[in-house]
Design a protein around this ligand. Sequence first.
Ligand code: GLP
Length: 289
Amino acid sequence: MRLIIRDDKPAVGGFTANYIAKRINEFQPTNDHPRFVLGLPTGSSPLPVYHKLIDLHNRGKVSFKHVITFNMDEYVGIPKSHPESYHSFMFDNFFSKVDIEPHNAHILDGEAENLVEECARYEEKIEAVGGIDLFLGGIGEDGHIAFNEPGSSLASRTRMKTLAYDTIVANARFFDNDIAKVPKMALTVGIATVMDAREVIIVITGKHKAPALAKSIEEGVNHMWTVSAIQQHPWAMVVADEDATLELRVGTVRYFKSIESVQAQQELKYGNAALRPKQRSVHASSPRF
Ligand SMILES: N[C@@H]1[C@@H](O)[C@H](O)[C@@H](COP(=O)(O)O)O[C@@H]1O
């Protein structure tokens, strides 16, 4: 697992967006070859990533024409048209501003008649396109990823979850600060759904997330800090701002900074493709595509 530390939120967004754009461009997705499959989060942490991806798209540096997306989660109990639904969030902050084909952007349907079937179908759809190439995520203050609240099984898959009281309180800011208006249930991908992705990137910013970052990377894998599961992922990267590192040991910060600087030297020597996870071949011919 790598930890990349940048000065502030815009720098975290810039680094992460440039990295994602590079991965998409290296993959060279087309309609005939596999399309790049991206897992996406909502929340304030990924907003600087979306801003930078939109900027790169506007400057012709990346296209989402052959990218398929799967969002992490959606509330149950509010319509898609609600301004705080994750459908609205994604449309307003990203999808309406890039060239993604609407039928390629998947979000769980919290209004589905049969929510259990909706979750099973979501897993099948991910499988049908060959799995997720890169899953981007954020975390809650209690270290939850998507809506996998503390205590969620690390083997969990897409399902319905009851939100933790702390999460309901944290999300009240989007619902007129009225806890009664905050949905109490959500559909969410599971920890195993995220960990099945070929690559996982988690953005963590702000000093309110510092305890979660420390718990999740300095202590062991623990279902009470569900993002800690990334410790067992073969290609995981956390991108944090300085504020989020406040609870880490000085030695931990120095260690990861030194790894990044040695890696940068090695990339100059060997080229950076050699030091990144191997992607699905653009020539792969699988009936799933
Ligand atoms: N389901 C979302 C998570 O995916 C997100 O990571 C978290 C933190 O959001 P923020 O980035 O706004 O702190 O909020 C919600 O719980």
